[in-house]
Design a protein around this ligand. Structure first.
Ligand code: KIV
Length: 268
């Protein structure tokens, strides 16, 4: 399969082929049509309407206050700016813990234009993933630092630092894959664990603070544009040395493709 950029919309099959071909997947968060168009033109493969919108758009301290209606609104905005990129959307906190609620929330996001929904965690979420995927809703898992659990985790910090926790995380990832998840985001874990996940799993593994050996990378758009007040270690500012936002997106895509990002200084 040809995985070079085209104006044809990318599908989950293209993303799976990119993993098989060893071509890195470039993903960014996005919340409106103008930035979506710029990301699409720059060759971003996956655009995520993340519940990080609670922090970077709404100015909240965490993602916990974001609602399905708010994510759906931003999905519709982003969808109208895209021609090629695959559109992924976050199921927000509290919207997917029971089967019926999960389906209702996922339907809202898919009807707004998402091609896949993302949810955080494993354990009881495995059954939810099975429920959704067996009814035609494509699902992406999210493990490691799961921001919706920030109050339980005691802050935004690196996860699965020891062997026991790393082994458990790989098992959780395999359970998500077995339940039908077709994509996985892993956040803020040691690079060796990111590499192990990408090797062990059939589905593409997209890292954020998880090392260069993941099948792809994701960053929050505001962070990579240098707009965050206090950027985490895993962020690089792609506005430095370029004169437009679209050039920053293109520089990010190229750095991900060429495995120049993340570098050692962005890695745990
Ligand atoms: O909400 C979000 O932006 C995310 C990314 C951090 C992966 O989930």
């Amino acid at each position: 399969m040809n995985t070079t950029p085209t104006t044809k919309a990318l599908t989950i099959d293209h993303l799976a082929a990119m993993k098989r071909d060893g071509q890195k997947i470039a993903m960014l968060t996005c919340y409106d049509a103008t930035f979506a168009h710029a990301q699409d033109q720059a060759g971003v493969d996956v655009v995520l309407v993340g519940d990080s919108l609670g922090m970077v758009v709404q100015g909240r301290q965490t993602t916990v206050g974001v609602t399905v209606e708010e994510v759906a609104y931003h999905v519709a905005c982003v969808a109208s700016g895209l021609a090629r990129a695959f559109l992924l959307a976050d199921l927000p906190f509290g919207s997917y813990y029971e089967e019926a609620a999960a389906m209702e929330s996922a339907v809202s996001l898919m009807q707004a234009g998402a091609a896949m929904v993302k949810l955080e965690g494993a354990g009881p979420m495995i059954g939810i993933v099975e429920y959704l995927t067996s009814r035609g809703v494509p699902v992406c898992g999210h493990l490691g630092l799961t921001p919706q659990s920030v109050h339980q985790l005691g802050g935004f910090k690196v996860q699965a630092r020891d062997d026991v926790a790393a082994t458990r995380l790989v098992q959780e990832a395999q359970a998500l894959q077995d339940a039908g998840a077709q994509l996985l985001v892993v956040e803020c874990v040691p690079a060796a664990l990111g590499q192990a996940l990408a090797t062990e799993l059939r589905i593409p593994v997209i890292g954020i603070g998880a090392g260069v050996d993941c099948d792809g990378q994701v960053l929050v758009m505001h962070d990579m544009l240098g707009l965050g007040a206090r950027a985490p270690k895993f962020v690089a500012n792609f506005m430095s040395g370029v004169d437009s936002v679209q050039a920053a997106f293109a520089a990010y895509v190229q750095a991900v493709r060429e495995k120049r990002f993340p570098a050692a200084q962005h890695t745990y």
